[in-house]
Design a protein around this ligand. Structure first.
Ligand SMILES: Cc1cc2nc3c(=O)[nH]c(=O)nc-3n(C[C@H](O)[C@H](O)[C@H](O)COP(=O)(O)OP(=O)(O)OC[C@H]3O[C@@H](n4cnc5c(N)ncnc54)[C@H](O)[C@@H]3O)c2cc1C
Length: 440
C-alpha cells in the first residue's frame, strides 16, 4: 500500500511543530515533504541574535541531522507558488510539482513598511527575517542613532538589543500612544515615562511623510514637528500574512485561512496553522488571527496530530503579549480591551506597577500588568493572571477580593483552585513528548 504523503509549507514554528507531531504519532510510517523558502529558524529568538547573546547557529531549529532523524524530505530555499486543490498538487518556484494526500499551509507573515516615499531606500530596514536581522546588525553600532518607526509589540521586542549595542534610540509612533494594540492609555503613559527616564526619545502622534538621504544619514520628515536624522531606520509598521500564492486555490481566506477546530480549511485535506490561520479565540470563541508564537506552536501540534490520523480538537488560542523593556515587564492577555466589560484597575503607589482585570460575570476574560522585571512579585503575577484568564475559573467571592486587592493575586489564584483546573489541560489531550525522543 502507498504511504500517505504529507506536505508542510513553511519552516517556522507552526511548520516545525506539525512535522514533529506527525512523527510523534506515526514514527516514520508516512512521507513528509517540507517546503520553505528559508532554512527553518525561530523568529522569536532574533532579538537575542541582535543583542549578541546567541549566535546565528542558535536561531536554526531543524538542521540536516535532525531532518534525518525525523525522516523528512526537505525542500528549503524554495517558494510555493501555486496550489491545485482539485488535483492535490503543489507547485514550487522552480516548477517542481508535488502531489500530496494532505497539506499544511504555515507560511507565516512578512513585514510591511509604512507607505511613504523613501521607505524602501537603502538604510531603511525591517526586522522580521534572519536576513533582515543581519542587515540591522551591520547598521547599528556604538553611538549610532536609530529611529524605530512604529511602537508595537515587535518594535518593543528589539528595544533592549538596540540599546545594548550602544545606539541612541528614538521611537516614533503614528498613534497617540505606544503599544496601542497591547496596553491601554494609562499603561502606555507609565511605560513611556519609564523609557524616557532611561534615555529613549519617544514621539507619539507622529505621522511620517518622507525619508530622504542627507549627508550619509537618513532624514525623516513628519506632517508636524521637526525632522529627525538617523544612521539607521527600522520600520516596525506591521505585518501581512503570506497568502497571495493561494489565489485561485479555492481555500477560503478572511484575515487568514479560516480553519475549524481541527485546523482544517474549507478544503478537507488542506490544513493551516500559525500566523496564516484564522482559528478559534479561546476567550471570545470567534475566529481570529493571533500572530504569536504560542498559537503557532499549538496550531502546528494540533494540525500535525490530525494529519497523522489522530483526531484532535483545539480549544482555541489565548491572545497574549509579554515583553520586557529596560527591566520593565509588560503583559496583556485575552480580551484585555473588551468594550463595555467590567474592569478593575489600579496603579501601585510605591512601585512602577499597573494592573487591569477585565471581567465577564465572575470570570476574568482579560488582564494587563506592568511591573519591574526583577520584582518576583510582578513576575509571578504575570503567570497567575495568565492562568486565571486561560482557565476561565469562576472566581465567586474572590472577585470581590481582587477588586479591593489588585496587587494580591496569589491568594485569589490559590483559593480559586486555578492550578487544579489548569494542570490537566494539554494541547493534545496527553503529556507532551520531549523532542529528542521523537525520531523515526
Ligand atoms: C523579532 C521578532 C520577535 C518576536 N517575538 C515574539 C515573542 O516574544 N512572542 C511571541 O509570541 N511571538 C513573537 N514573534 C512572532 C512569532 O515569531 C510569530 O508569530 C511566529 O514566527 C509565527 O510562526 P509561523 O510558523 O506561523 O510563521 P513564520 O515563523 O513566519 O514561518 C513561516 C515560514 O514560511 C516561509 N514561507 C513564507 N512564504 C512561503 C512560500 N510561499 N513558500 C515557501 N515558504 C514560505 C517563511 O520563509 C518562513 O520560514 C516575534 C517575531 C519577530 C519577527
Amino acid at each position: 500500500m502507498a504511504r500517505t504523503r504529507h506536505v508542510v509549507v513553511g519552516g517556522g514554528t507552526a511548520g516545525l511543530n506539525a512535522v514533529t507531531t506527525i512523527r510523534q504519532y506515526d514514527r516514520g510510517q508516512s512521507e513528509i515533504y517540507w517546503v520553505s523558502n528559508e532554512e527553518p529558524y525561530a523568529r522569536m529568538v532574533l532579538p537575542y541574535y541582535l543583542k549578541g547573546s546567541i549566535s546565528e547557529t542558535h536561531c536554526y531549529t531543524a538542521r540536516p541531522s535532525r531532518l534525518m532523524e525525523l525522516g523528512v524530505e526537505p525542500f528549503f530555499g524554495h517558494r510555493a507558488v501555486k496550489l491545485d486543490t482539485q488535483a492535490n498538487v503543489l507547485t514550487l518556484d522552480d516548477e517542481t510539482e508535488m502531489t500530496y494526500d494532505d497539506i499544511l499551509i504555515a507560511t507565516g507573515s512578512s513585514a510591511v513598511r509604512a507607505p511613504v516615499p523613501g521607505a524602501d531606500s537603502e538604510g531603511v530596514h525591517s526586522f522580521w527575517t534572519l536576513e533582515q536581522a543581519k542587515g540591522v546588525i551591520r547598521s547599528v553600532s556604538e553611538g549610532s542613532h536609530v529611529v524605530m518607526v512604529g511602537a508595537g509589540f515587535i518594535a518593543f521586542t528589539i528595544l533592549n538589543s538596540i540599546i545594548a549595542r550602544g545606539a541612541k534610540l528614538t521611537v516614533v509612533e503614528i498613534a497617540p500612544q505606544i503599544l496601542p494594540r497591547m496596553i491601554d492609555q494609562q499603561g502606555a503613559a507609565l511605560v513611556e515615562r519609564w523609557l524616557v527616564d532611561r534615555g529613549v526619545d519617544i514621539r507619539t502622534s507622529a505621522q511620517l511623510s518622507n525619508i530622504s538621504d542627507s549627508d550619509g544619514q537618513k532624514r525623516l520628515s513628519f506632517q508636524d514637528g521637526e525632522d529627525l536624522l538617523a544612521d539607521c531606520v527600522i520600520m516596525a509598521t506591521g505585518i501581512r500574512t503570506n497568502l497571495g500564492w493561494l489565489e485561485g486555490s479555492g481555500v477560503e481566506i478572511n484575515q487568514g485561512i479560516l480553519v475549524d477546530d481541527h485546523l482544517r480549511s474549507n478544503v478537507p485535506n488542506v490544513y493551516a496553522a500559525g500566523d496564516v490561520a484564522e482559528g478559534r479565540d479561546l476567550i471570545t470563541g470567534q475566529a481570529a488571527v493571533h500572530a504569536i508564537e504560542p498559537t503557532a506552536m499549538e496550531h502546528g501540534r494540533v494540525a500535525g496530530a490530525n494529519m497523522a490520523g489522530q483526531p484532535q480538537a483545539y480549544r482555541g488560542s489565548l491572545l497574549m503579549n509579554i515583553v520586557e523593556v529596560l527591566d520593565l515587564e509588560i503583559a496583556s492577555f485575552g480580551a484585555w480591551n473588551a468594550e463595555g466589560a467590567e474592569v478593575f484597575s489600579a496603579v501601585h503607589e510605591d512601585r512602577p506597577a499597573y494592573r487591569k482585570l477585565v471581567w465577564d460575570g465572575d470570570r476574568m476574560i482579560g488582564a494587563m500588568i506592568l511591573g519591574r522585571a526583577n520584582d518576583v512579585w510582578a513576575t509571578n503575577d504575570v503567570g497567575m493572571l495568565k492562568g486565571l484568564v486561560q482557565s476561565g475559573t469562576p472566581m465567586g467571592d474572590w472577585k470581590g477580593y481582587l477588586k479591593n486587592h489588585l496587587f494580591e493575586v496569589k491568594r485569589a489564584y490559590m483559593a480559586s483552585g486555578t492550578t487544579a483546573r489548569l494542570l490537566p489541560v494539554t494541547v493534545q489531550g496527553r503529556a507532551s513528548v520531549p523532542a529528542s525522543e521523537i525520531t523515526v
